[in-house]
Design a protein around this ligand. Sequence first.
Ligand code: C2O
Ligand code: CU
Length: 469
Amino acid sequence: MTFVSRRTLLKSAAVLGAYGTGLAVMPRLSQALAASDPIEIEALTGDVSLDEKQPTRGVMRYALTGQPSSDPSPPILRAKRGDAFKARLINRLDEPTTIHWHGIRLPNDQDGVPFVTQPYVYTGDRFDYAFSPPDAGTFWYHPHCNTLTQMGRGLAGVLVVEDDRDPVFDGEVVLNLRDFRLGRDSQFIAPFKPREAAKTGTFGTLRTANWRQEPVYDVPTGGLVRVRILAADVTRIYNLKLAGAEAQIIAIDGHPVPERMALDMAVVSPGQRLDLAIRVADREGAEMVLEDVRPSTAKVVARFRAVGSSLKRDLGDLGLLAENAGVDADLSNATEIPLLLSATAESASRDSICGTLGYSFWAINKVPYPGDTPDPTAPITELKLGRTYLFNVENVTPHAHPIHLHGMNFKAVASNKRQVQPLVSDTYLVLPDEKVQLALVADNPGDWVFHCHIIEHQKTGMTGYFRVT
Ligand code: C2O
Ligand code: CU
């Protein structure tokens, strides 16, 4: 159920009018997915007004064929757990692309990594993806080719996998958080600075949620609202707080948490997702503010405003989310795999049709990944189908790395830096000097990429892959 008040729609239509298509405003509710026909996702380039000053040229965006929208931000895709999801990527960019379905456990040839799992999709070409998502929750989709530019210019959207058994909320807000790197003339500037890529990564200049600055969403007074948050930025780690309402964390990285916890401050790093249940205040007009408090000065991410008379709901009334499969690791028979995250002085970067930044700054087990090339390096290691592994990830750099595994989930079991919760996930933020053990069962055959989700780190060496046979 999506709560979109007429007022919000009309207001956003007015705000977005600058690049509107002149067509009627269409609320982007779930697309009914007929089992047989794929949705068609076009990747295209155009002008979009992002900073509310003047149009930015060369924005890359996704649009659904036949579903015109006045909102240029990436459409929210919806799938149902266990049902076939079919999507046809149509490439209308001037360069090759692919779609990776981040966090979805799917067959290897649907994973969207050029040269590793599929050929890149050239300008004018299409590629049909099909899979049945086994887990319900908040996931996302983005390219895996020229990724810094393509994601930096806009390509990254939310994929919601629904389960009919989930509790019904009084409203839902999906927040796709990211920055754009624009100059004072509203145009894109260089996507990175080498000296920043060798440190935390280069930050954007314009913070947005759903491609808007500090957007306001109407929510039902006294109601229970599900907020699905995606950190889609190529660099920024968010420390999120909510002022003005009671909120609980109900899922992290797509997976329901074993025990709901009150939201105090949540760290959400590139690639990660956070699902909140918010109990809206009882007073009509009350405002709730989602803020990012990292590193210290609070920045408004989005606001929620209570509308209507109070529904007088209670967070305690909220049923549990339908469970996802856990990580059924047999720790007494686990094979340990050392994974060292370090800087490198070795230069490995090779030219690629999927873009190169031209530098190697980072390595996994001392090997800097050369980039998206037809002959990537050997796998980090081979994993035996069905076996349990313990990834001993050690970060010997002074920077945090949100490390992401494709195709399989893991759970953190121990860390030298903090008390870890055994949460099921696909992305773990490894702190400076942290040693963390991630347990997983190699239950999905194929070549699965493992990389830092700070895209400059990914593209300058901090990438590798595992071969599961
Ligand atoms: Cu979200 Cu390999 O990426
Ligand atoms: Cu990194």
